[in-house]
Ligand binder design. Structure first.
Ligand code: CP
Ligand code: NVA
Length: 311
């Protein structure tokens, strides 16, 4: 069977059709159930991993994933490469394309990653940028699918900052027909260009997209309740200011009492207990954060097979 995603880059979820997105989720469930059947799937392939921001899950799950598929990883801290001394992205992309079979990058600038993907002749995977975190959405939607048995028609409430996670929930949710309700403080809404993409997707998928400032309204009757840190990597200087501004957006027992009785709590992690979520919610029975984190491994293995395996 031909693989339509072979050789492509995934910088954000606009680069997948609904069918392609669902095919990655389906392959992830197969790989999770039968990992041994895929242990040679990427035999001899090498993934370079470039980090300009910290990571635990992305670093370990991508490296473990490529090893489990029969390949190998080379992990680079961008500061210790010539990129860190200002070597042009174009030269880096062309040189790396001659050595390895794929690049996973975690950095700040989406423009830089786009240039890397344009200039490289191998797939580039976004492992988090200021505006997107597509691999996390693959893992989150795999988790929702495992627990709820479907994606279409699920109501997902995201309460917090209109950041990379909010953006990726908007694009991914609207791609698969989820209803996405996002509550942020005024001034911290998702970017309008991302909202426009989600509204356009929703015309096809039937999603309902809601952008509001009221967390209770967002969480009302939600199947899935999600949050993220109030200050993302690169925004550390705003931490104290945001702790005050976001206090009413904490996910706590009172807020989740508005969700469905069998709601599911997700958080991409790392989390700040007592800030964006209380311990009794994140460590409670509705929380699936560790299943979600494990699913980074399975979802990314599926993505790498789709992008890096030629048959
Ligand atoms: N969720 C996530 O991307 O975790 P890391 O920052 O640890 O990679
Ligand atoms: N929004 C967070 C996600 C961390 C995985 C950040 O960008 O820091």
């Amino acid at each position: 069977m031909s693989n339509s995603m072979y050789g492509r880059s995934i910088l954000d979820l606009t680069e997948m059709t609904q069918a392609e997105f669902l095919s990655v989720i389906k392959l992830a469930t197969e790989i999770k159930a039968n990992p041994n059947e895929y242990r040679h799937a990427l035999s001899g392939k090498i993934l370079a991993m470039i980090f300009e921001k910290n990571s635990t899950r992305t670093r370990v799950s991508f490296e473990a994933g490529i090893i489990q598929l029969g390949g190998q990883a080379i992990v680079l801290d961008s500061k210790s490469t010539q990129m860190g001394r200002g070597e042009p992205i174009k030269d880096t992309a062309k040189v790396m394309s001659g050595y390895v079979d794929g690049i996973m990058i975690r950095t700040y600038s989406d423009t830089m990653v786009a240039e890397l993907a344009t200039e490289a002749s191998i797939p580039v995977i976004n492992g988090l940028t200021d505006n997107h975190h597509p691999c996390q959405i693959l893992a989150d939607f795999l988790t929702i699918y495992e627990v709820k048995g479907k994606l279409k028609g699920i109501k997902l409430a995201y309460v917090g900052a209109g950041n990379n996670m909010a953006h990726s929930f908007l694009i991914g949710g609207s791609l698969v027909g989820m209803d996405i309700s996002i509550a942020t403080p005024t001034g911290y809404e998702p970017k309008q260009e991302i909202i426009d993409i989600a509204e356009q997707n929703a015309l096809q998928s039937g999603s309902k997209i809601e952008l509001i400032n009221d967390p209770e309204r967002a969480v009302a009757d939600a199947d899935v309740v999600v949050t993220d840190v109030w200050a993302s990597m690169g925004e550390e200087s705003q931490q104290l200011e945001r702790e005050k501004l976001f206090a009413a957006y904490q996910i706590n027992s009172e807020l989740v009492s508005k969700a469905k009785d069998d709601y599911l709590f997700l958080h991409c992690l790392p989390a700040h207990r007592g800030e964006e979520v209380t311990s009794n919610v994140i460590d409670g029975t509705h929380s699936k954060i560790y299943q979600e984190a494990e699913n980074r491994l399975h979802a990314q293995k599926a993505l790498m097979v789709k992008l890096m395996k030629d048959s």
